[in-house]
Ligand binder design. Structure first.
Ligand code: SF4
Length: 150
């Protein structure tokens, strides 16, 4: 299971398969990370700096965090893609195909001048999260997505 939690400034990623319940997150920011709650992560419950500090202490890499740097990411299901936007300009996208049972990620690309900011990761997570919530299997044909999802 992959989940993406965003506010205007940060994106927090959770990869359930890597989570080994060392509980650093729960003790570090109990208002944000609460296994008794659904969804168990709520990034509105603490300042970004606290969340950043707590996520940085996750020993397994299940939790990761990035600054958004003014770039927003949204899912455009009608066009079978997620897009990254700098204002109104599309600066990256992740394309997929859909069947009854699968979401096949076919391509992920970010303009070179926006590289190295984790935007591709946000794009892929946006698609994967939606697919998993629809109970569809994710098949990464795109080499970047395949590497990211392991
Ligand atoms: S600190 Fe990381 S590995 Fe431990 S419970 Fe939290 S997310 Fe899972």
């Amino acid at each position: 299971m992959h989940r993406l939690y965003e506010n205007e400034d940060i994106s927090v990623f959770w990869d359930a398969e890597k989570c080994r319940h060392a509980r650093k997150c729960v003790t570090g920011s109990p208002a944000v990370f609460d296994f008794q709650r659904k969804p168990w992560i709520d990034i509105s419950k603490a300042p970004n700096a606290e969340i950043w500090d707590t996520v940085s202490k996750c020993p397994t890499g299940a939790l990761t965090i990035l600054y958004n740097n003014g770039i927003s990411v949204r899912l455009e299901e009608g066009d079978l893609r997620s897009v990254a936007l700098n204002g109104e300009q599309i600066i990256g996208e992740c394309d997929y195909q859909e069947t009854e049972e699968e979401v096949r990620i076919t391509h992920t690309e970010v303009l070179p001048e926006y590289g190295g900011k984790g935007i591709a990761k946000r794009l892929v997570y946006k698609v994967v999260e939606a697919a998993e919530k629809s109970h569809k299997r994710v098949v990464p044909y795109c080499s970047y997505a395949a590497k990211l999802l392991g």
